[in-house]
Design a protein around this ligand. Structure first.
Ligand SMILES: *Cc1c(COP(=O)(O)O)cnc(C)c1O
Length: 420
């Protein structure tokens, strides 16, 4: 039982260390990922991984839950304080499941949901036909205005009037602009619908007050904990007191069994970190860096969807620059040069979701390394150089070296030493 990891399984450690090397030596611009703190990682690796704790604090189906109760109560209290909400369920294992629980708490099968189209920046859990959401519910989709590539609230109001949804979801995975939650509340009230915000991407920005706050306007709010919020993989559901019981019952026994207590403990650590002043400084730098990167890319001749960004992410429309280059190809070229981005559809994309005409970039990770506005011009130049010189192995090698240099100046996860 007490052998070290490297003694038990050096093979898996070796593979895992490849990813540590990638995290240290590549520029990761995936907006849905982040570097968690050493403290979060340590708690995620704790003895709590073995505990069964079905139920809620004080009302468990298993004995021996004193520590589990303590951990979960602390996580709940901190999340309530961090976001200023009435009630939080901290058990969902993932964002998809948080959304599944929210729908189950509010809806019957076949009810109508109004949500954002996937190719305009929505999420698969908002109604993709192959996802449970698209199979259990009647999905009506909204998109962005074709001219501004931003949400036009009047279009949302018209769709709501025509389709009378029971639930309206505001939020997405690739929308670079703010949502005006007060306007969405008015639309929901005009048709008597519930309003849910899915803040999976922007939770960290919201917690740090650098993005409008959905809490005063929404009935339910779901978020992952591992994106800008910088915690362990997982999710939470927040709601008003009136919906607390329905939400808790939807999570367990509705869709999950035993909660992951080690992850809930790591969520509690992340919520504590998110209440420290340094977190606010970090998030406001994430936004400043996103604006600086967007400006630099535009300066280098790229077209950004909606012309820029208000949050931590942006989308490059490659069709404006290159006729033949798909998002998938661009992302692969960049990976070869040490720059990790997502391929992503752009509004009304003519290519499929696996090929795409865009790439999605975000600043949470490069900001976590300590990079500031000055480095954003450099990164925009490295992206430009890679895509311009995509047919030259020498160019990629050259960029790779510059990426290594830059990463060396902004080290991350030095001396972690958790896996010996
Ligand atoms: C990432 C994301 C999710 C789902 O998270 P998983 O943990 O991958 O299931 C849900 N909604 C939105 C808007 C997201 O961006």
């Amino acid at each position: 039982m007490n052998r070290s990891l490297s003694e038990v399984d050096p093979q898996i450690v070796q593979i895992m260390l490849q990813d540590l090397d990638r995290l240290q030596n590549c520029l990761t611009l995936i907006p849905s990922e982040n570097y968690v703190s050493r403290a979060v990682m340590q708690m995620q690796a704790s003895v709590l991984t073995s505990k069964y704790a079905e139920g809620t604090p004080g009302a468990r189906y298993y004995n021996g839950c004193a520590a589990a109760d303590g951990v979960e109560s602390l996580a709940i209290e901190r999340a309530k304080q961090l976001f200023g909400v009435d009630h939080v369920n901290v058990q969902p294992h993932a964002g998809n499941l948080a959304n599944m629980a929210a729908y189950q708490a509010l809806l019957e099968r076949g009810d109508t949901i109004l949500s954002m189209r996937l190719d305009h920046g929505g999420h698969l859990s908002h109604g993709l036909p192959q996802n449970f959401s698209g199979q259990y519910y009647n999905i009506v989709s909204y998109g962005v205005d074709p001219e501004t590539e931003q949400i036009d609230i009047n279009m949302i109001a018209e769709l709501a009037k025509a389709h009378q949804p029971k639930l309206i979801i505001v939020g997405g995975s690739a929308y670079p602009r703010w949502f005006d939650f007060a306007q969405w509340r008015e639309v929901a009230d005009s048709v008597g619908a519930y309003l849910m915000a899915d803040i999976a991407h922007t939770a960290g920005l919201i917690a740090a007050d650098v993005h409008p706050d959905p809490v005063p306007y929404c009935d339910v709010i779901t978020t992952t904990t591992h994106k800008t919020l910088r915690g362990p993989r997982g999710a939470i559901v927040m709601c008003r007191d009136e919906l607390a019981e329905a939400v808790d019952r939807a999570v367990f026994p509705g869709i999950q069994g035993g909660p992951f207590m080690h992850t809930i403990a790591a969520k509690a650590v992340a919520f504590k970190e998110a209440m420290e002043p340094a977190f606010k400084t970090y998030q406001s730098q994430v936004v400043k860096n996103a604006k600086a990167l967007a400006e630099a890319l535009i300066g280098n001749g790229f077209r950004l969807v909606s012309g820029g960004t208000d949050n931590h992410l942006m989308l490059i429309d490659l069709t404006a620059t290159y006729k033949q280059l798909s998002g998938r190809q661009a992302a692969d070229h960049l990976e070869n040069a040490g720059i990790i981005v997502n391929k992503n559809t752009i509004p009304s994309d003519k290519r499929s979701a696996t090929t795409t005409s865009g790439i999605r970039l975000g600043t949470p990770m490069i900001t976590g390394r300590g990079m500031k506005e000055g480095e954003m011009q450099l990164i925009a130049d490295l992206i430009t150089e890679t895509l311009e010189g995509r047919r030259s192995a020498g160019t990629k090698r050259g960029v790779r070296e510059k990426v290594s240099d830059l990463c060396g100046q902004f080290p991350i996860y030095e001396d972690l030493n958790l896996w010996t």
